[in-house]
Design a binder for this molecule. Sequence first.
Ligand SMILES: Nc1ncnc2c1ncn2[C@@H]1O[C@H](COP(=O)(O)OP(=O)(O)O)[C@@H](O)[C@H]1O
Ligand SMILES: [Mg+2]
Length: 274
Amino acid sequence: MGTEESKVLQIRDLHVQIKTKNGVTTLVQDINFELKQGEILGLIGESGCGKTVTSMSILQLLNHKETIEGSIMLKGQELNGLAEKEMRKIRGKDIAFIMQNPMNAFTPVFTIGHQFIETIRSHKKWNKKQATELAIESMQKVNLPDPDKLLKYYPFQLSGGMLQRVMIAIAASLHPAVIIADEPTTALDVNNQKNVLRHLDEIRSQYGSAILLISHDLGVISEMADEVAVMQHGKIVEKAGVFQLFDSPKHEYTKKLLNTRPTLYSEESVINLI
Ligand SMILES: Nc1ncnc2c1ncn2[C@@H]1O[C@H](COP(=O)(O)OP(=O)(O)O)[C@@H](O)[C@H]1O
Ligand SMILES: [Mg+2]
């Protein structure tokens, strides 16, 4: 690896601004990173530093009040400024995303099966039977029990951990080149956290998907990531291989972040990470 072809996503000089009644505010600036096939890039930084804005810009899912400058290249295709119709073909298929709160990712009035199957069918010219088979197979891969039955359920009938696994099954079903996982385990208990991380890792090794893993949990990042980017006030202040970053952090902010680790769960924690 290391060739141009193995770079599936390249972010160059990403700059996001928003106009408010008090003037223009910069949300993120000078963001540069790339994802290679099968690589996990961890993105860390305290709450409000711009992690979600970065991921939503890549997906072109900001709400149109923002201006996005810079380049977002997916396998050689520029996504910045792409028409919504074209982006819809890419979202879910080439770039899948997994969010913090799985409840928000599903429409409450449709069954899991309807949403799963429609997602597949919006990207593949398959009939319902074929799509259902793929949905069931994908759910089995993330160890969801009784997929046939689950498909008939509505989102509120599933626990958060199960919904998150359904979301991962949907994300994995189309073998995306890139998965953006924004705090995928934050809303889950320890057991479900482990499952979700294991499945993400399996998808990466089975399909070669590259993963942008956003997490405030340094334990998750140190276990999963190959490379780590540290964000502060809308900028990436340090980027390094996972071992280098944890063993010898260079930037003062990274050192501070790593130092808060033992006190993360105490009330005295100086940095609010979630
Ligand atoms: N639509 C928006 N309008 C104004 N400010 C926003 C908007 N979205 C995010 N922000 C601001 O941008 C900054 C980065 O937010 P976000 O990316 O959600 O942080 P993180 O995910 O790292 O916690 C925050 O200061 C937040 O308040
Ligand atoms: Mg966020």
